[in-house]
Design a protein around this ligand. Sequence first.
Ligand code: UT7
Length: 332
Amino acid sequence: MSKITAAITGVSGYVPEYVLTNKELETMVETNDEWITTRTGIKERRILKGEGKGTSHIAVPAVLDLLKKTNTKPEEVDLLICATTTPDMVFPATANLITAEVGAVNAFGYDLQAACSGFLYALATGSKFVESGQYKKVIVVGADKMSSIIDYTDRATCIIFGDGGGAVMLEPNTEGLGIQDSILKSDGTGAQFLHMKAGGSRKPATIETVQAREHYAFQEGQQVFKFAVKGMADVSAEIMERNNLTGEDVAWLVPHQANKRIIEATANRMGLDNDKVMLNIHKYGNTTSGTIPLCLWEYENQLKKGDNVILAAFGGGFTWGSIYLKWAYDPN
Ligand code: UT7
């Protein structure tokens, strides 16, 4: 019997309608379009507006479209993993809210939190369920409503993040396509540089924590930048080396979209030209777990069966990693 690999057989995404431009940010904090564009590459980001709307409201439209595109009945789904740092609630898992909403009544679901590397961790995890032969249809979601934890008086963080997400379908493949290899890493000593101070079990929410603005993402940008440039480039080079890939062999780099300068450093280290690098940071900013599936969704029509694709991310935790996959289908 030929070996079972886990292949992406469809991808979809969703971004909220509201566009928060650099120009509008100029009216909110002391910043300017030129600074944001040259330091990050971001021009605008999307914001989910509306009372009672959470990350599941980003994930559900993406999953419904994915089911349609892949001709899948919701009851056929075995498992849904949702990578998110901004769950609708502390519990239950956002994955459960999504499966209920889309009618995936036979699926089990859980959330996975690895900040900006969440989608990579979830994809690697989901692929193991498929490779085992036990599960046939696994949906991996990466989605975040970052605006729910961003302080719009802090210019160091509010210019970077946005809301959005995407989903992929994983199915068994016997042609050797799909996920080939993954390298996942984490280092908790990096927690000090990127975290949320209150709202967890160490420091539950009180009037004082709210007044001290401790329910927002805290980031020491320069420190994170330093580790991110090295981490993302190193891990991408490592996965190429151990799979005997040169820059010529790689069709696409799909990098986490945190800062255009980090992406360029990674591509450079891999020996890739810019036209092989998926980029949409200018439109959506950093959507945390959402960036990689949003890129795949937007570039789907340019991906061809057999393409060697490297996904790479670095984020809070610290967490980082890369996945090497062979794309499994041609554009429609
Ligand atoms: O995805 C999760 C992982 N996160 C990341 O990968 C993010 C990594 N970090 C970064 O992308 C960058 O560090 C930032 C974009 C967050 C900041 O860029 P930077 O080039 O590291 O700027 P900086 O923090 O070193 O600040 C440089 C200067 C400072 O002014 P002085 O001290 O030189 O006078 C800041 O006060 O820029 C100032 N500054 C701003 N000016 C205008 C900081 N934020 C802004 C702003 N607008 N929004």
